[in-house]
Design a protein around this ligand. Structure first.
Ligand code: HEC
Length: 158
């Protein structure tokens, strides 16, 4: 029992030392500032923050006003964070951003702004108690994530 646990821990330490990530054959992020890794970390937090609100919208989780509003506010705080990490020198493997991020900066900026507008609208809706309006706002936010991905993120290859 004890030795098995040790074996797992040693294995983990070796994997970390080699820079091997848990579940992908992607090239490591070798940029000194790691902008790809940093923006992805924000997107992952966004998914986790949006998820309980998505469940409320689909009727799979009870709506609790204070908890929902806290999630919406947390999403709003995250919503502006990824963009600074799309620096001019950050189009390198393992990014899944399309070249359009750098070729069409005006459109990319518009996609960010319309997303942030939808998130702000979600926060406003969450301050009220109209559950239908809240659900509609969640859906608008999800659509604006998707709209940007359709234009600016490569379809998952793996
Ligand atoms: C303005 C454009 C834009 C918006 C809005 C946007 N994304 Fe993304 N997202 C991207 C781009 C570009 C990438 C690819 C980043 C990379 O690999 O460098 C990405 C990557 C991701 C990833 C993958 C992260 C990883 O580990 O590879 C997730 C998950 C994600 N977005 C979720 C969301 C969610 C959820 C929302 C809405 C709440 C959202 N995104 C809104 C552009 C956007």
């Amino acid at each position: 029992m004890i030795s098995k646990r040790w074996g797992m821990q040693v294995g983990l330490v070796v994997a970390v030392a080699l820079g091997v990530s848990a579940c992908s054959g992607e090239p490591p992020d070798t940029h000194p500032d790691q902008p790809v890794t940093k923006r992805r970390a924000v997107f992952k937090e966004m998914v986790q923050t949006l998820e309980p609100m998505g469940m409320v919208a689909r009727g799979r989780k009870d709506y609790q006003a204070a908890e929902f509003l806290a999630s919406a506010v947390a999403l709003e705080q995250l919503a502006s964070k990824p963009w600074a990490y799309f620096t001019a020198d950050s189009n390198y493997p393992p990014t899944k951003a399309k070249p359009a991020v750098w070729d069409k900066p005006g459109e990319f900026k518009e996609a960010q702004q319309s997303f942030e507008v939808q998130v702000a609208a979600l926060v406003q809706a969450a301050k009220g108690t109209d559950l239908d309006a809240i659900k509609a706002s969640v859906s608008q936010v999800q659509q604006s994530c998707k709209a940007c991905h359709d234009s600016f993120r490569k379809v998952e290859a793996n």
